[in-house]
Design a protein around this ligand. Structure first.
Ligand code: HAS
Length: 565
């Protein structure tokens, strides 16, 4: 690698940029395509099981027809949660990021073999976890709270999926670092920077679940120790569990900020503000997991209060996002002839399924986000915790903001990867709208069931003796939503499979990258990792350190394993 003779200006010597060749693109695209294929396959099984759950809630029990493949409602619910919330998201994100970082930096992956190996480790982990899951030996739901115990292969498999995703992240950092050496003094490109921030957030928060699995669950499931400590296990899980939701959300935000405006002729309203949003997520996503444990005895109120305040803090970058992304879209709609305070909305690119899916995902997220802020309040949380309100909340967030956005991204990404035209764009458009209507109905029904009646989550409501007739309107509302969602999911697979066999692309597809409205580069403090990373680690130590110290000091490994279902 040649080093150019740049005069000493206080900036590091420039390394000659490595050009991006077709062979490099092919490597990245193969990783991306394989990851997204696995993601979509997981989602297919996951949503099918979701439909069965929805039908059970109105007394239609299909589980009797699928024995022994799905042994019980809870067996199905575990696979639904793991496949949709963990597998679909993680594999899609790794694939999408691999594709996007190469384009954003216009350079090859620094260590392509590491990224290939990362995917192999993830797939191996998935297969290992799948064996006990399919055979009903890991029916512990996607949060795998102890003292419910799964077969050790389940924990080991999930660990490998996480380790593989770390390796993918290391590959991305190495690529960004190489780019920085080649472009000293220049700001890191927005997409590559925000991909790396998302992966850094992921590396930080997964330390919690890694510790839970390695020190508590694996030795316990292997029989090396006889008991475990559920409170410590839950605390380590939620150290990871809440930032996990931002790992799901930030790829959607990358698309909303940096790609979606371009799809409607808009520009990024403020690139510096968008960078600030991602740094704030790095800073604030992890130190707030106790808001999932408001009802847990053993965590002092003061710590719950601190985490509540920080939770309100992490809602702030989303509020910034709501204003700036809408402004970016408005710029585009006005360029397309939109007029009036709200009249411009009609001129957005609603005819394009990729655009429409993502904009509808944003609308659903506005409701999901408000629900999240409600959850964060200690008093309100006591009313909704462990009720159907919570599935209502997360179907509007991970099930809509994330999933519908990823579907929208797939509508340009899959044609780009396969070099084939999108099959039946009108069906794709119908898919976006049916998902939107389905989630509105189901989300509303589930929220109200939880809030008004305290209907419990994770329960077979269809055969629950305590279920009252007053619940029926909301149960039926949500099942109508489920029917819309099943139509939508079917359309999604028709479009994607149709694309795989469609005619070759006639017009090449470009990855949409929105230009900033103001081309002035962002200030240097928004391009500097050190203060944000140090702040994130410091805040985690302050907000978790004393409590973790206390929980580990007082650890009581007495809980015997339970196999409930
Ligand atoms: Fe949450 C529980 C608090 C966001 C997912 N959350 C969960 C669980 C999941 C989940 C899966 O404080 C259940 C875990 C379990 O199994 O037990 N959540 C929040 C807060 C936020 C939040 C404060 N959650 C998310 C996101 C998720 C997600 C994002 C997935 C992707 N959540 C909680 C709490 C609990 C919880 C408690 C525990 C509950 C309990 O008791 O168990 C915030 O980050 C939300 C901020 C978001 C906003 C919305 C901004 C709106 C935007 C769109 C604007 C667009 C518009 C449309 C208006 C403030 C950016 C424009 C239209 C045009 C036409 C232009």
């Amino acid at each position: 690698m040649a080093v150019s003779t740049v005069p000493k200006t206080g900036v590091a010597a420039r390394v000659e940029p490595v050009p991006l060749t077709q062979a490099d693109i092919n490597v990245a695209d193969r990783i991306a395509g394989t990851s997204i294929f696995i993601a979509a396959s997981a989602l297919l099984i996951g949503v099918t099981l979701g439909v069965m759950q929805g039908l059970e809630h109105v007394g239609i029990n299909l589980y009797v027809y699928v024995q022994p493949w799905v042994a019980s409602y809870y067996h199905g619910l575990t696979m639904h949660g793991v496949l949709n919330a963990l597998v679909w998201t993680t594999f899609f994100i790794v694939g999408f990021f691999t594709f996007a970082i190469v384009r954003s930096l216009n350079r090859p992956l620094r260590w392509p073999r590491l990224n290939v190996l990362a995917l192999i480790v993830m797939v191996f982990g998935l297969l290992l976890a799948a064996i006990p899951m399919l055979s009903n030996n890991a029916t512990v739901l996607y949060t795998f709270y102890p003292p419910m115990k799964a077969d050790w292969t389940f924990y080991m498999g999930l660990t490998l999926v996480v380790v593989g995703s770390w390796m993918a992240g290391w590959g991305f950092y190495a690529t960004l670092i190489a780019w920085r050496k080649e472009h000293p003094g220049q700001n890191q490109p927005f997409i590559a920077l925000t991909i790396s921030i998302t992966m850094a957030l992921w590396q930080l928060c997964t330390l919690g679940v890694a510790a839970e699995i390695l020190f508590l669950l694996l030795p316990w499931s292997l029989g090396w120790v006889s008991g475990t400590d559920p409170l410590l296990g839950r605390t380590l899980f939620w150290f990871f569990g809440h930032p996990l939701v931002y790992f799901w959300l930030l790829p959607a935000y990358i698309s909303w900020y940096a790609m979606l405006p371009k799809q409607t002729d808009g520009k990024m309203f403020s690139e510096p503000l968008a960078r600030l949003v991602f740094w704030l997520f790095l800073l604030l996503s992890t130190p707030l997991g106790f808001h999932h444990q408001y009802a847990d005895p053993g965590i002092p109120q003061a710590w719950k209060y601190i985490h509540a305040v920080l939770t309100y803090g992490v809602a702030f970058p989303s509020l910034l996002t709501a204003f700036t992304v809408i402004a970016s879209l408005e710029v585009g709609a006005r360029a397309r002839g939109g007029k009036g305070y709200f009249g411009w909305i009609r001129r957005l690119n609603w005819g394009n399924p990729s655009y429409a899916a993502q904009n509808l995902a944003m609308v659903l997220f506005a409701f999901g986000g408000i629900g999240g802020i409600t959850n964060a309040s200690f008093n309100l949380n006591l009313a909704v915790h462990n009720t159907m309100w919570i599935p209502g909340h997360f179907h509007l967030t991970v099930g809509s903001a994330t999933t519908l956005t990823f579907m929208g991204i797939a509508y340009w990404l899959v044609p780009k990867l396969t070099k084939r035209n999108l099959f039946a764009p009108k069906l794709a458009l119908a898919q976006a709208w049916t998902w939107f209507i389905g989630m509105l109905l189901m989300g509303n029904g589930l929220h109200l069931l939880g809030l008004h009646f305290g209907a419990p989550r994770r329960s077979m409501l269809g055969s629950a003796p305590y279920a009252s007739a007053d619940w029926n309107p909301f149960l039926y509302e949500s099942v109508v939503g489920v029917i819309f969602l099943s139509i939508s999911a079917t359309l999604f697979y028709v479009v994607i499979v149709g694309t795989l066999f469609n005619r070759r692309l006639t017009v090449p597809i470009e990855m949409p990258i929105a230009e900033p409205l103001d081309p002035t580069p962002a200030p240097k403090w928004l391009d500097n990792w050190t203060p944000w990373l140090a702040g994130a680690i410091g805040l985690v130590l302050l907000s978790y350190g004393p409590m973790l110290y206390q929980l580990i000091r007082d650890m009581t490994m007495w809980s015997q394993p339970w196999r409930v279902w």
